[in-house]
Design a protein around this ligand. Sequence first.
Ligand code: AMP
Length: 304
Amino acid sequence: MQSLVVLGGRDASTYSVLKMIVAKTIPDLRQARSRFGPIAFVPTMGALHAGHLSLIQTARRYARDVVVSIFVNPTQFGPREDLTRYPRPLEEDLDLCRQAGVELVFVPDAGEIYRVGSPNVVVDLPELTQTLEGRHRPGHFQGVCQVVAKLFNIVQPQYACFGTKDFQQLRVIEAMTEALDFPIQIVPCPTVREPDGLAMSSRNRHLSDDERSRALNINRALFAADAEARAGAQVTSKLVATMQRMLLNVGRLGHVPMSIDYVACVDPKTLKLVDTLTAPVTCAIAARVGSTRLIDNLTITPGR
Ligand code: AMP
């Protein structure tokens, strides 16, 4: 049977025979990490769902010991974004990690990661971050790179798993890892969807039933673009028009507000807009359903 060891703060304990370790501070994390060999790391913001659990399963294929971090990183949220509203069901998350056999969970608070008096550090890859999410969420990827670079230095994994659900984030992290020479293999993991196709997201728990039904237009739009490409469409403007039409198809849900941030077809590596489908193209959508902002994407391979 696995149980819990909490290091740091008032809960510090010596139950070292027990299996899952929860570290709240960097020194505790480092001390616990030193017991392990190669590590596969899964950084998360918590509110764990089957998408996160699939990353943990993939991580296990790469290394015997898996480290998960749960940290709602304030620097990647804009001033008008949902930082305070972001779900934080920590006990449930720790239970899920324990059931998944995770060896070590890092749950720092913001003051542990961003210490008073520490200078601000900006890591940016402007070629990849001024488009799509970065255009609509200024500063978002600087915050993501800042925290992921710090977590990489703290956890020192050999492998790190990231979901294709956030494909721009995955691309930015791959590029940052390469550019800053982190000795870490970035492992891309496929998007896990609900049975009706909705991409799993911690933010889905904010959706009412009607909003959730309306949100299905996002994945339906992506799969419609894929079907159109399979049927021979070559021009991405046609795919974009199809996706926009699908997104705006309200049916009986006209009372649910939905606004589109972007619908785009881009090169999966450079993230530049693509006109014709001669190589794989990633179709990406960001839309707000009610007050919840959702993203999803699908990579289309021509001639499939
Ligand atoms: P988050 O907690 O939203 O920051 O996500 C942590 C990691 O889980 C990121 O690498 C995400 O891309 C990944 N992730 C989130 N949702 C999914 C999903 N539906 N399928 C696969 N991976 C996901």
